[in-house]
Design a protein around this ligand. Structure first.
Ligand code: F6P
Length: 326
């Protein structure tokens, strides 16, 4: 591979805390290697529409503790077409960009894979999503912060749950994956965790509540992943109300609050390390891979693997959470 003079970075898909730390790492590492670094604003939309500008140290100053993404994120219908991708390629060429780093989830990597195959353009991916559902990394950038956000919210809800003998059904994000629910459920001592990866048994859930009521424990927290087969927190409330009409039941949907906020120290460190490795990987001639961290070792996983496979949840954590909350 020829020497890289100019690289570009973009964020795509749902924002996640730590994306800015990753951008900062890419910019600073690129400059360290003597490259020029460009930012593509608004993800693939910006690549198609030439929203491409140089990024320097000043641009990433004070960005480490910021949530969201200074490069913004967007969906692009145009990039899904060959014509759109061709325009994107021409824009990168116009700015004499030699390689690209994309920060996002599996949709981002799927777009990157098609693009790099069509135009023989080097691309490396960084796992940026709160969902933690990408194969090839133990943690994605933003997941730890999102879990902490949920835990602090549940801690607050617990005060009211206890004071008023209430049952709170808390819905957390995770369209296809229960990682946020699982870890935040365990960390917040929640009585029941419902996730898409395991079939939710209504009887089991009701038995659990029955058993609590028999012990005169009328305050409780149930965490439901938005992608659970049950259909979300409102559905759970319906069933609970039918069976236990006297139970004081409330639903809290945490929503996009989980995507924002200053990244945790863990996410800042992860994003900084992965951002550095992405640039280093490009200098070593790597392309078509996502940089991940597995067992605290840096790994480069081909896009097709990180897209096709899903990270497996540790079901034991669910059992532990349930036993410990009894
Ligand atoms: O992919 C991250 C995620 O936070 C999912 O957990 C959630 O379902 C989704 O984004 C929501 O995305 P949108 O903002 O497009 O509705």
């Amino acid at each position: 591979m020829e020497e890289l003079k100019r690289i570009a970075v973009l964020t795509s898909g749902g924002d996640s805390p730590g994306m800015n730390a990753a951008i900062r790492a890419v910019v600073k590492t690129g400059l360290y290697y003597g490259m020029e670094v460009y930012g593509v604003y608004r993800g693939y939309h910006g690549m198609v529409n030439d929203l491409i500008q140089p990024l320097g140290r000043e641009d990433v100053k004070y960005s480490l503790p910021l949530g969201g993404t200074i490069l913004k994120s967007a969906r692009s219908k145009e990039f899904m077409t060959y014509e759109g991708r061709k325009k994107a390629y021409e824009n990168l060429k116009k700015h004499e960009i030699d390689a690209l780093i994309v920060i996002g989830g599996d949709g981002t990597f799927a777009g990157a894979k098609t693009f790099m195959n069509e135009f023989d353009f080097p691309v490396i991916g960084l796992p940026g999503t709160i969902d933690n559902d990408l194969y090839g990394t133990d943690y994605t950038i933003g997941y730890d912060t999102a879990v902490n956000t949920v835990v602090s919210a549940v801690d607050k809800l617990r005060d009211t749950a206890y004071s008023h003998d209430m049952l709170f059904i808390v819905e957390v994000m995770g369209r296809d994956a229960g990682f946020i629910a699982l870890r935040s459920g365990l960390a917040s001592g929640s009585g029941k965790i419902l996730i898409p990866e395991t079939k939710t048994c209504t009887e089991e859930l009701l038995d659990r509540l029955r058993e609590r009521i028999s012990r005169d424990e009328t305050s409780a927290i149930i965490i439901v992943s938005e992608g659970d087969d049950f259909g979300g927190a409102m559905e759970v409330k319906k069933i609970v109300n039918e069976k236990f009409p006297d139970y004081n039941t409330r639903v809290t949907i945490l929503g996009h609050i989980q995507r924002g906020g200053s990244p945790s120290a863990f996410d800042r460190i992860l994003a900084s390390g992965l951002g550095y490795q992405a640039v280093k990987g490009l200098t070593e001639g790597r392309s078509g891979v996502m940089v991940g961290s597995v067992n605290r070792k840096i790994v480069f996983v081909p896009f097709e693997k990180s897209i096709k496979h899903h990270n497996k949840i540790n079901v034991e954590l669910k059992n532990i959470a349930e036993i410990l909350s009894m």
